[in-house]
Design a protein around this ligand. Structure first.
Ligand SMILES: Cc1cc2nc3c(=O)[nH]c(=O)nc-3n(C[C@H](O)[C@H](O)[C@H](O)COP(=O)(O)OP(=O)(O)OC[C@H]3O[C@@H](n4cnc5c(N)ncnc54)[C@H](O)[C@@H]3O)c2cc1C
Length: 446
């Protein structure tokens, strides 16, 4: 007699086989829905309904996770999708620079996770992921554990202060508190707006990191917006833009023209300033050749994949930005087809941008759905789209749209088609806001 096996059992037993293969511990036990034991401690289940289909847990309700949760459910309605985020509400990083310059209000950036979950038929849990046990397919959160059939990690980025020569935790803390980067959390972004709008004069330092940092154009856009605020409010301040790169990384012609045409008396651009240390007490930034004095600063360190990737033991030790080793086309861990890493935590060298994360998540949702059905789908390039505000009242912007292709010689991805518009105008300013509205509509409404 043939023994029947349902999909849940199938998924669990194939996961057990997969993990057993890597751990070398023999066939791992699948714990069903029983209370799991993680690291010798019992973790009670998180307060969510029992699953009604293969459960896909998505960690991180940013541009990637929100899109993923919606499109997993759309592509495969049988999936029981749970989105978790440590924040209670979503505040958009894209458009935050132009918000600092009062071109939109805070409502434009702020959206509700509860509404997104209700509109798109998935569960949302406001909690933090703290541990992962791949042998029992259990994610532990501060509210209890969740068993998954598939897990998507989309936790974004963290800052790497050690790459600015900051080794002491107290110094790092002082930098985070006094000179936040504003490339991750809403409270950092709010503090920077307050700084810019209330600057008393003198030198304000903005830094640009090296490496594949989040939103390549945004630090240069922020310099334009900060200078526009100074002009509008008659603030007698200088912006010292210290770039760790040898030149402006994107839309260089446009930004250089904007700096000289509108902000020549405000922005001083210094390329190739490899920061080797920061003296917080004396407000000095040290590079190999110079020491720069400042009155206030916005210090953007190099970035890495969010720290839970390392905490969960997934970071590839060869990766400078501590990314996980994932299949570059299918996004699952190379040793586990049930755990995926997407968005700005991914290891591919795509631009760390919201549009990239959004278009990629739609594709990866299809990859996971196909995997659950024992199928595969063809690789699709993510799309990078980025608008940069240059001038305000009315807002005038530049833009870029790009795709990627895999270069067989280099064994890596490179830009494919790219459309660059370095002449700013009001139409592109409005198009940038319309783009963001369209994205929010897609992520939060059905
Ligand atoms: C100033 C600025 C301007 C930008 N402009 C643009 C632009 O014009 N166009 C564009 O396309 N992109 C832009 N970006 C980039 C864009 O914001 C990011 O690329 C995008 O947010 C990446 O999406 P993500 O989902 O990977 O990460 P995020 O959006 O950062 O989401 C990660 C989520 O994971 C959550 N999380 C992390 N760890 C845990 C945990 N352990 N447990 C639970 N939750 C956790 C976080 O709370 C967060 O909500 C800009 C960014 C900035 C800062």
């Amino acid at each position: 007699m043939t023994k029947k096996i349902n999909r849940r059992k199938f998924l669990q037993s194939s996961a057990a086989l997969a993990t057993a293969a890597v751990s070398g511990q023999g066939y791992a036990q699948t714990a069903g829905d029983k209370t799991p034991v993680i690291g010798g401690k019992i973790s009670s289940p998180a307060p969510i309904p029992v699953k009604k289909g293969p459960r896909v847990v998505v960690v991180g309700g940013g541009w990637s996770g929100l899109t993923m949760a919606k499109y997993l459910k759309k592509t495969n309605p049988k999936f029981d999708v749970v989105l978790i985020d440590k924040n209670q509400q979503f505040v958009s990083c894209p458009i935050s620079n132009v918000w600092m310059a009062d071109q939109v209000n805070l409502d434009f950036l702020t959206h509700s996770y509860v509404e997104a979950a209700q509109n798109n038929d998935y569960l949302f849990l406001n909690t933090t992921a703290i541990e992962l046990d791949r042998t029992t397919k259990t994610l532990v959160t501060t509210l209890g554990s969740i068993k998954y059939d598939y897990l998507v990690l989309a936790p974004g980025i963290d800052y790497e202060y050690s790459r600015l020569g900051i080794e002491n935790p107290e110094d790092e803390y002082a930098l985070r508190m006094n000179y936040p980067a504003g490339f991750s959390s809403a409270s950092e972004i709010m503090m920077i707006k307050h700084k810019l709008q209330n600057f008393k004069g003198g030198t304000l330092v903005l830094t640009v990191p090296s490496g594949n940092y989040r939103c390549i154009a945004a630090p240069y856009e922020r310099a334009c917006m900060a200078a526009a605020i100074f002009k509008k409010h008659n603030i007698r301040g200088k912006i010292l833009l210290l770039d760790m790169n040898p030149d402006i990384r994107i839309k260089a012609e446009g930004f250089k023209k904007a700096f000289s045409q509108y902000y020549a008396d405000i922005i001083q651009y210094e390329p190739s300033t490899e920061i080797s240390g920061i003296n917080i007490v004396d407000r000095e930034i040290e590079t190999d050749f110079d020491t720069y004095q400042f009155d206030d600063a916005v210090i953007y360190p190099p970035v890495r994949a969010a720290s839970i990737i390392e905490k969960f033991g997934l970071s590839d030790e060869k990766s400078i930005q501590k990314e996980a080793s994932i299949d570059p086309f299918k996004y699952h861990l190379v040793d586990d087809e049930f755990v995926y890493v997407t968005g700005d935590s991914r290891s591919q060298p795509f631009s760390k941008s919201g549009n990239t994360a959004h278009s990629e998540a739609r594709y990866v949702a299809e990859v996971i759905s196909a995997h659950a059905d024992g199928k595969e789908i063809e690789w699709r390039s993510p799309q990078t789209m980025c608008f940069s505000g240059v001038k305000i009242d009315p807002l005038e912007s530049m833009s870029i749209i790009a795709y990627y292709k895999f270069d067989e010689m280099e064994k890596n991805f490179a830009f494919d088609r790219a459309h660059l518009m370095e002449k700013w105008n009001e139409r592109a300013g409005q198009a940038g806001l319309a783009w963001a509205e369209g994205m929010y509509r897609d992520m939060f409404y059905s």
